[in-house]
Structure formats: structure tokens, C-alpha cells
Design a protein around this ligand. Structure first.
Ligand code: FES
Length: 451
């Protein structure tokens, strides 16, 4: 698709001609502030901190009486004619060019030049800076660790406060934030406080035995008074507030989003009950806060009951038009999902902390086209799609890298993703219109992503 506009930067006719910006594929080509030159022409910048406004340049020349071969570039670019006289064919359109002409070319559009003069037709080819186009919105917030509290065996809560004089963005019950830890790790944690709080976020963190470094850092090194970056709240686990009755089920530290939901439903005066399961009472967090809410609670401690909770029996005895939410360890969620299906429950929602499937390194080679930048990348065996994008300097928001947080959800324009995440809904997976690039891959030969 060829999409080109030419706009004067100035409304003053006297200066408009000299101050023109081109929009190629809806991307403005703003005045140059620097250049990135590579002899082989276009080369993606790999410095991920680069978000400047530098272009890559290349010289092209067509001799007298000659023509360039018809060419298709995966990148949008501009030809500035430096000298000579000729014509350019872009798609089916032929335009005469002389020194000073500008020919913008959209990604994927065939084009060629023919020299009509008796001296060389010389051109400067300018490619748009890749990273400036892929720069994500700034979504990070600065927070102060206001308190760290022991909540249960191996569980602490961390209370974060905004900078003095500011507030945090509102969040919905069930939402989570990413902590950008000083050790360089980014980890997602559900918010467990009331969604009415404007001046604080509270998360619960389990010191997991097989920690990849995030929860261990929080438990062993994070201190009150520390300043950290956090993301804005995101939700993959939305609460339907008008259900006739809501059944909340939590396993272990999975209580965090569930507690926020319970607070919200109690504040609204809705009918709600909670089943809270833990291996022992010592490992059950936020017990006093749960009891203070005053709704119906069923406790299940494996060491006292001598076995895991009988979820099928629990679900089967609840009204079928209730809405059911669960968060907890994988075996519990697998049971919850299966029994919900077998019982024909219509409103079953869950959130996983741990990836369900294998990591996303591909075992076969495939191509990824990036529609907005026109770039084409190859995902090699042993690499994830996310690694390939980041290595190429494409800035993609990401957090867990395990397919559970949803931070890297990316629109798919064509191709069939191989979904391996635990966060997309069934309808999102079926549509193939979105994928998590951290763990998911490609079933066919190629994908086109909205990047
Ligand atoms: S980074 Fe969390 S789902 Fe991809």
C-alpha cells in the first residue's frame, strides 16, 4: 500500500516551499538532526537506547541512457535527486525528476529510475530511523517503597507510594504492575489493595524457591525508601462487577488479585464468596484483611485437611449462573478450568503466574515482516521472536518473558501464530489477530506484525 502525503511545515507561502515534511506510510519525515551512514546502505541501529532522529543514507546513480532494475524495498524511503535528469516509475506511475526532486517510496512498492539526460542521474537515498518509529509510549512511573510487611511464610507485601504531590493512575481490581527492579529485572505482580486507593499500590510477593531473581531480590535486597520504576497498571483479569453472584478462588499467593476483587465487590455490596487454599495456615497471607471484609470465606489448608481441595465438589455446589475467578498454582488452575468446562459453567476466568507451555525459542526458521517500518527479519532456531525483535533494535514492551503478563501483546496482520502463552483468551487465540511475542512463534513460513 502506497501512502504518501506532503505537508508544508509553515502556513506562510513564502517559506512553505523550503519547509516541507513528507509522510510516507503515515510516518512523518521530520527535519534531519543527524545521520547514520553505512556503506551497505540501510542498517538497523542496534543500540537500544537510541531514540534519536538520525537517518541512514545511501548514494545511487544511473548512467546516461541507463535504467535501474525494478526494485522493491521492505523499508519506506526517499530519493533526493542530486543531479541529472530522468524519470521514476513507482508502481504504475511515471514522474519526471531533475536535481532537487524528491521521490518518496512506500515499503513494498516496486520502483525504478531511467536516465533521460546525458550525465549521471545521481540520488541520495534516505531511510527513516528505525527506532524513532518504534519508540513505545513512556509508561513508567516512579514510586517509593513505603513499607514492606511480612504477610505469611515466604510472603511479603510491598506498599508503593507516588512521588510527593502526585497520585498513581487508577486501576481495576485484578490488575497488575511491572516492577523494574534495580538489578535490571522486570517482574509483574498483582495489586491487592483497594482499587479506590489513589495514593498507593500494594503487591504481595512470594519468595519462590525456583526464583529467576525477581522475588529473591524483593525479599532480600529491596528496602523501604528505595525509588523504583513501575509500569502503569494493566489488566488481563477483568472483574465483571454486576454478576448475580461471584465465587473467588485463590491458591497461595494467588490471593493478590482475588483480594482486590473481593474488596471491590464488598465495596459495591455485591454477593461474593471466597475459597482460599494454602498448604498451611502459616502460608496464608492477608488473613486478617480478608476476615475484616466480612463476606463468606471457605478456608482450605492442605496440611490440616490432609489433601488438596476437591474443586469439582466445590464448583458443583455453587449456582451455575455465578461468575467464577481463580488465581493460584498451575495444577489448581488446570483443575479449575477442566471442571468448569465439564460442569458447563458459563463464566469462568483465571489468571496464571507461571507459563503453561515450553519457552518460545523456535526450532524452525521463519520470517517476520514489520508493517509499520517495512522491515523484514528472520527468526532463527534457538531464538524467540522477542529476542529477534530486540536484537534488531525494535522496541517492544515486555515484562515476564514467559507469556503470562500480556505486556508484549502484538497485533498480527497476517500469518498463523503458534500460541504458547497463558494469557490470551480463547477468542484472542482463535482470531490469530494478536500474539505474545515473548513465547509464541509461527506455524507457517512467515508473520506480518503491526510494528
Ligand atoms: S512479556 Fe509477558 S506475556 Fe510476553
Amino acid at each position: 500500500m502506497n501512502s504518501i502525503r506532503r505537508e508544508p511545515l509553515s502556513s506562510d507561502p513564502a517559506t512553505a516551499k523550503a519547509s516541507v515534511t513528507w509522510h510516507v506510510d503515515e510516518v512523518p519525515w521530520v527535519p534531519l538532526t543527524g545521520v547514520f551512514v553505512d556503506k551497505s546502505g540501510y542498517k538497523p541501529l542496534t543500540d537500544t537506547t537510541y531514540t534519536g532522529n538520525a537517518y541512514s543514507l545511501e548514494l545511487a546513480s544511473v548512467g546516461p541512457g541507463g535504467s535501474s532494475p525494478t526494485h522493491v524495498e521492505p523499508h519506506a524511503h526517499l530519493f533526493y535527486v542530486l543531479s541529472g535528469h530522468g524519470e521514476v516509475t513507482v508502481g504504475d506511475e511515471v514522474t519526471e525528476v531533475t536535481a532537487g526532486s524528491v521521490s518518496p517510496i512506500s515499503a513494498g512498492v516496486p520502483h525504478s529510475f531511467r536516465n533521460l539526460g546525458d550525465s549521471a542521474l545521481e540520488m541520495l537515498v534516505v531511510y527513516h530511523p528505525p527506532l524513532a518509529r518504534n519508540k513505545p509510549e513512556t509508561t513508567q512511573l516512579r514510586a517509593t517503597v513505603h513499607a514492606i510487611r511480612h504477610e505469611a511464610q515466604r510472603v511479603v507485601s510491598v506498599e508503593l507510594r507516588p512521588q510527593p504531590g502526585s497520585t498513581f493512575p487508577a486501576f481495576d481490581a485484578g490488575a497488575h504492575i511491572d516492577l523494574h527492579l534495580p538489578n535490571g529485572m522486570i517482574r509483574s505482580y498483582s495489586l491487592c489493595n483497594s482499587s479506590d486507593d489513589k495514593d498507593r499500590y500494594v503487591i504481595g510477593v512470594l519468595n519462590v524457591e525456583e526464583s529467576r531473581g525477581g522475588s529473591r531480590y524483593v525479599h532480600e535486597q529491596l528496602r523501604v525508601g528505595a525509588q523504583i520504576e513501575i509500569s502503569r497498571p494493566r489488566s488481563n483479569f477483568p472483574l465483571h462487577e454486576n454478576a448475580v453472584h461471584t465465587v473467588l478462588i485463590a491458591g497461595g499467593v494467588g490471593i493478590t488479585p482475588i483480594l482486590s476483587m473481593a474488596r471491590r465487590l464488598c465495596a459495591l455490596g455485591r454477593s461474593v464468596e471466597l475459597l482460599y487454599c494454602a498448604r498451611s495456615r502459616r502460608e496464608a497471607a492477608f488473613v486478617e484483611e480478608i476476615e475484616a471484609l466480612g463476606h463468606e470465606v471457605s478456608w482450605h489448608f492442605d496440611d490440616e485437611q490432609g489433601e488438596r481441595v476437591d474443586l469439582v465438589q466445590f464448583l458443583a455446589t455453587r449456582r451455575r449462573d455465578a461468575h467464577f475467578y481463580a488465581c493460584g498454582p498451575t495444577p489448581m488452575l488446570d483443575d479449575f478450568e477442566r471442571h468448569g468446562r465439564e460442569l458447563g459453567l458459563a463464566h469462568v476466568y483465571l489468571e496464571r503466574f507461571v507459563a503453561r507451555d515450553a519457552p518460545g525459542e523456535t526450532t524452525k526458521r521463519y520470517r517476520v515482516e514489520l508493517s509499520r517500518s517495512g522491515r523484514s527479519l528472520e527468526v532463527a532456531p534457538g531464538k524467540t521472536l522477542l529476542q529477534t525483535l530486540l536484537d534488531a533494535g525494535v522496541q517492544v514492551p515486555h515484562s515476564c518473558t514467559q507469556g503470562v503478563c500480556g505486556a508484549c501483546k502484538t497485533r498480527v496482520l497476517s500469518g498463523e501464530p503458534d500460541h504458547r502463552d497463558s494469557v490470551l483468551s480463547a477468542s484472542e487465540r482463535e482470531s490469530n489477530a494478536v500474539m505474545t511475542v515473548c513465547v509464541s512463534g509461527c506455524k507457517g513460513e512467515s508473520l506480518v506484525l503491526d510494528l
